[in-house]
Write a protein that binds this ligand. Structure first.
Ligand code: TEU
Ligand code: CA
Length: 567
């Protein structure tokens, strides 16, 4: 694979609503981002991925878009946007926008027109279907098929005026666009080109592997205890997905792709599919977000059904993805985003070994082959949140799940709350902890969601100049990727693969090798030095701060002459 700029880059994700509030309404905004650009510079990141800032009714915090070419007044104006873009570019940081085109808001003019009449010229821009055979609209089980929505309940919503239903894989305020219709695709590509012409540097594409559906929309299998069927086999990597993404490449990026970064969010994607999506020869996407490692602690009942994931589970999964995309294709590397609970609480220990866990998990991820993504607050070691009752939660997914589990399925509120505390997306959405000032320095007003009370201890002001902080550690890992080609582009090999506590691997490039050794448990871990013999003896120790590296170590150096490894 020829060298690409994003192979040595690190991306930082901002969820603007929770980043920084500049005007005292309790909601983060664009000026809040502008005010904190020094934080991104200090961290050393290359790219900012900005979660949606477009006009939206905010049913799903901006992932329900009513105008793709307007800035929501909640976040600011186009003047603020252009100032942010210029400020980033002056600092050498690129801007990647969120592209949410599996669905729009039900308040988007496209949908309003589509819903206005079965004869509307835009009727076919969405998935409208009559009730199931012989049923009257609204009757029990009259939905056109049995698919579940990701946000609980049926994936179909009745429009009483026409007696037809529309498909929404997410909230009922997020109707799915019909990508079969070429006018829809034209409109999306035109909008993308408009943003690129404005100067943005690429897109993170929301659930982009769900845009092609099997048009007969067959019923899915209903799991034991489930209320609805699983439609994934009919919309996950649907029949025309590769065709659509290749067409998008041709119509939007072709000829200028080297300037941009494209990353597709793809729940449920397999290694083989990801390889096809990211093989540069196919002209589809640069990389994808796969979900295997963040599904390891989900039981058979899905994300609210917890099972413990072991160090061996993590190693096996990452090892497979590293091998699978080694030759053609590219991995994106992430622990966190706005949909995932905080990694230090999830796979680490956020109490006694808080700092050790946060830095160990960062090491394991950042020194792999792929492009790392850091989610706001992760670089501070932000943790899950001690939510008390259901009134502390804001996320539509959490609230809908609570209502369905408690009211329809009869689960105990205490059990459901325990599941939410562990897995709710709101764990990632509390205000960024800037300082020990009220509301974590996020806002002068009461924030839209309460700050994690541990902000008095865990915050940017306390960590910024502390050489032993989680923040300082992330900065060093990012710097290492920039300085060492072996980190950016070396081959990957797991070592000590069967060890139940240690996550270890080597990276090798042109006679240079890095050995990474991380104990991911709270107990002392031992290994046979002979087991590392094949990994060779690196010569140079580049640990930036040996005193702080008790749980995660890496050494890097030149291989002895004559033992140049193939890469
Ligand atoms: O997420 C899609 C997705 O599949 C999940 O991560 C989702 O957040 C949920 O946890 C399923 O249980 C994307 C966005 O990242 C998310 O914020 C949006 O809510 C969703 O799409 C709809 O746009
Ligand atoms: Ca604000």
């Amino acid at each position: 694979m020829t060298d690409k700029w994003w192979q040595s880059a690190v991306v930082y994700q901002i969820y603007p609503r929770s980043f920084a509030d500049s005007n005292g309404d309790g909601i983060g905004d664009l000026r809040g981002v502008i005010d904190h650009l020094d934080h991104l510079v200090a961290l050393g990141v290359d790219v900012l991925w900005l979660s949606p800032i477009y006009a939206s009714p905010h049913d799903d915090n901006g992932y329900d878009i009513s105008d793709y070419q307007a800035i929501d007044p909640l976040f600011g104006t186009f003047e603020d946007f252009d100032e942010l873009l210029a400020g980033l570019h002056e600092r050498g940081i690129k801007l990647v926008m969120d592209l949410v085109v599996n669905h729009t808001s039900d308040e988007h003019p496209w949908f309003v027109e589509s819903a206005s009449s079965p004869d509307s010229p835009k009727r076919d821009w969405y998935w409208w279907r009559p009730p199931r055979d012989g049923k009257t609209p609204g009757e029990h089980s009259a939905e056109p098929n049995n698919w579940a929505s990701f946000f609980s309940g049926s994936a179909w919503q009745l429009d009483p005026a026409s007696g037809e239903y529309y498909l929404h894989l997410f909230s009922r305020k997020q109707p799915d666009l019909n990508w079969e219709n070429p006018e829809v695709r034209d409109a999306v590509y035109a909008m993308m080109n408009w943003w690129l012409d404005r100067g943005v540097d690429g897109f993170r594409m929301d659930v982009i592997n769900l845009i092609s559906k099997v048009t007969s929309l067959p019923d899915g299998v209903v799991a034991p205890g489930a209320l609805y069927g699983d439609g994934y086999p009919y919309y996950g990597q649907g029949p025309r997905i590769h065709e659509f993404l290749h067409e998008m490449h041709e119509r939007v990026f072709a000829g200028r792709e080297d300037r941009y970064l494209t990353v597709g969010e793809m729940p449920g994607v397999t290694i083989d599919e990801a390889q096809l999506f990211t093989d540069p020869a196919r002209d589809e996407l640069d990389m994808v977000f796969q979900f295997e490692h963040v599904d390891l602690d989900h039981g058979p009942g899905g994300k609210w059904d917890h099972r413990d994931a072991t160090v061996l589970d993590l190693k096996e999964s990452f090892g497979k993805w590293q091998r699978g995309l080694a030759d053609a294709g590219w991995n994106s590397l992430y622990w966190n985003n706005h949909d995932q609970p905080r990694v230090v609480s999830r796979f680490g220990d956020d109490t006694v070994y808080w700092r050790e866990s946060a830095t160990a998990l960062a090491t394991v991820l950042h020194l792999q082959r792929g492009t790392p993504y850091v989610y706001q607050g992760e670089e501070l070691g932000m943790t899950n949140v001690p939510f008390q009752g259901i009134e502390d939660f804001r996320d539509i997914e959490s609230l809908n799940y609570y209502a369905e589990a408690v009211d329809v399925l009869g689960a105990s509120p205490a059990d459901v709350l325990a599941a939410l505390r562990r897995t709710s997306r709101d764990n990632a959405r509390t205000p960024v902890q800037w300082s020990s000032a009220p509301n974590a320095g996020f806002s002068a007003a009461t924030p839209w969601i309460e700050a994690n009370p541990n902000y008095t201890r865990i915050n940017a002001a306390a960590e910024r100049d502390d050489p032993n902080s989680v923040f300082a550690y992330y900065r060093q890992l990012i710097d290492l990727r920039h300085r060492e080609n072996v980190v950016a582009r070396g081959s990957f090999e797991l070592v000590l693969a069967e060890h139940p506590q240690i996550f270890a691997y080597t990276r090798t490039l042109e006679g240079r090798r890095m050995l990474v050794l991380v104990n991911l448990t709270g107990e002392v871990a031992e290994y046979e030095p002979d087991a590392l013999a094949g990994a060779s003896a690196p010569a140079v120790d580049v640990r930036p701060d040996p005193g702080s590296w008790s749980e995660a170590e890496f050494v890097l150096g030149n291989l002895p002459d004559g033992s140049r490894a193939a890469d």
